[in-house]
Design a binder for this molecule. Structure first.
Ligand code: FER
Length: 264
């Protein structure tokens, strides 16, 4: 595990051009899929990125990458072009082979980002997503794609509301996830004592816990309180404070760094 507070490799921003479309490199494929959710009682959409050269002769790790309160399964695709960032990183041999799944984290019948996004039933839907992910989406991915199914082959990360979900779901289900990242995590993040009630056990099982936040982000207190507790309780983690606010340049930079650290 990387040293939490002294890792020079993430003290700088992503390599210039990391998010620019490059000619003449191998490309992955990004598409939308539909699965039936027992949790919601309906068909639901997710996006999925298959790496360059994806082949059923090989089995792949899976990163579940979650969106924020203003988005849906296409939010990363619309704002960050994750397929461009990841294609470039494969071309530069920076990534372990992985599939990236972009779920819709608002587990309710109308899961579009419409109207008052802070309505109680919509916030609850972000909690209900835990069941949708564990019992509906992961089984769908694992029966339809050529994937590795151990806890060390599954990562979960997300931005803001999705950062809180990733920490809550990941740290609450260490039998399913060994690599966990919260980017600019929102106030849906559980209190640290509930998130990590047994610091020793959590430390033992984690392969990577990543916490990052822009220095200008109004929600930074959430990441600060989590980091302070983890540090006090000697839970190894990456703590990355970066320039920027609650915004896409920060989350793209986080994807760039987090994705190279997982499945190693
Ligand atoms: C809140 C402020 C922001 C909150 C959630 C958010 C649940 C989410 C922001 C985002 O996803 O960008 O008080 O409470």
């Amino acid at each position: 595990m990387l040293n939490p507070d002294h890792d020079e490799s993430i003290r700088h921003a992503a390599q210039p051009g990391y998010d620019q479309y490059r000619e003449n490199i191998a490309r992955g494929k990004i598409t939308t899929v539909e699965y039936f959710s027992m949790t919601v009682g309906s068909k639901r959409k997710a996006m999925i990125y298959l790496p360059p050269g994806y082949s059923k002769d090989q089995r792949y790790n899976v990163l579940y990458l979650l969106h924020g309160i203003g988005g849906d399964e296409a939010e990363w695709y619309n704002h960050a072009g994750p397929q461009v960032i990841l294609d470039n990183m494969y071309a530069d041999r920076k990534l372990a082979p992985m599939i990236v799944v972009l779920p819709n984290g608002r587990a309710m019948l109308n899961d579009r980002a419409e109207g008052d996004l802070f309505e109680a039933n919509k916030l609850k839907a972000f909690e209900d997503f835990e069941s949708d992910l564990l019992h509906d989406l992961i089984p769908y991915i694992e029966s339809n794609y050529s994937v590795l199914m151990g806890r060390e082959n599954r990562a979960i990360a997300g931005l803001s509301m999705g950062g809180g979900q990733s920490l809550n779901i990941g740290l609450g289900n260490l039998d399913r996830f060994a690599w966990i990242g919260g980017f600019s995590s929102a106030p849906n993040t559980k209190e640290p004592e509930l998130l990590v009630p047994d610091p020793e056990e959590t430390s033992f099982r984690l392969r990577l816990l990543w916490l990052s936040c822009g220095l200008l982000d109004n929600l930074k207190h959430v990441s600060d309180r989590t980091h302070t507790y983890l540090k006090q309780n000697n839970v190894p983690h990456i703590w990355y404070e970066e320039s920027g606010g609650h915004d896409w340049p920060v989350w793209k930079n986080d994807l760039y760094h987090f994705s190279q650290l997982i499945f190693r």
